[in-house]
Design a protein around this ligand. Structure first.
Ligand SMILES: [Zn+2]
Length: 240
């Protein structure tokens, strides 16, 4: 079987045997790849620097049937500053965990790959970016990239157009805002400012986010996104 060469970012790893590591890599064109990094924990292994969490770069992988083994890699960014900021590290781990849960092997993941790299970049290098606000924006765009873009202009139940001047309520199960007639005890109240924040974030994509109304939406967006995934994401428990 041939080798494949792909851009990628390490979403997680598990130490394996005495010197090895199993890496989970997100690739824009091959989706999630579980690959053995053989001998990477031996002193002086050239694979050690590229077998760490959040490392992005170009990976060369040998494929035998369903199994991938890392042959070599060129490191582009290790997002090192995340290691110095526990809270930002937790936010980054949450983003990576969401990608690991959503992406299947062989699936096109170009949009999520680009989104994750941007998220890691702002958390690592932009001191003005509020960590929770940026994570909330990531959640919203993650929902959109995985096919669950929330409905914000019409009622998610009855399709009545919503008044953009009014506050609203969000129904997680229905997947968006709902009109006053469809509001119930299970919906979340959201302010007009928060609705505008969601609309502008969906329009502009992930940008460095300063503290505003978005971080207050974290809990809602977390529940919304995690309700669409089958698996729990560990880092979620440590946030906000
Ligand atoms: Zn309605």
């Amino acid at each position: 079987m041939p080798s494949i060469v792909t851009q990628g970012v390490v979403l997680r790893f598990a130490n394996y045997r005495e010197h090895d590591r199993m890496l989970t890599i997100l690739s824009p064109q091959y989706g999630r790849i579980d690959a053995l990094s053989r001998g990477c924990r031996k002193p002086k292994s050239s694979l050690m620097p590229v077998s760490e969490l959040f490392v992005s770069g170009e990976f060369v992988l040998y494929q035998a049937h369903e199994h991938f083994t890392l042959t070599s890699a060129t490191l582009r960014d290790s997002f090192y500053p995340l290691r110095l900021e526990p809270y930002r590290l937790t936010c980054a781990s949450y983003m990576a965990g969401l990608c690991a849960a959503a992406v299947q092997p062989g699936q096109d993941a170009a949009e999520l790959y680009a989104l994750l790299l941007k998220g890691l970049y702002f958390l690592s290098y932009d001191d003005n970016a509020d960590a929770l606000e940026t994570t909330s924006a990531f959640l919203l765009l993650f929902a959109s990239a995985t096919g669950y873009r929330p409905r914000l202009t019409r009622c998610a139940h009855c399709r009545t157009p919503l008044d953009p001047e009014q506050n609203g309520s969000f129904d997680i199960e229905a997947g968006g805002l709902c009109c006053p007639d469809c509001t119930s005890r299970s919906t979340f109240a959201v302010s007009r400012q928060q609705i505008d924040w969601m609309k502008s974030t969906l329009k502009s994509g992930l940008l460095p986010k300063e503290k505003s109304d978005g971080s207050a939406l974290f809990e809602l967006l977390r529940r919304f996104v995690e309700s669409r995934l089958d698996v729990r994401v560990k880092a979620s428990k440590l946030l906000p």
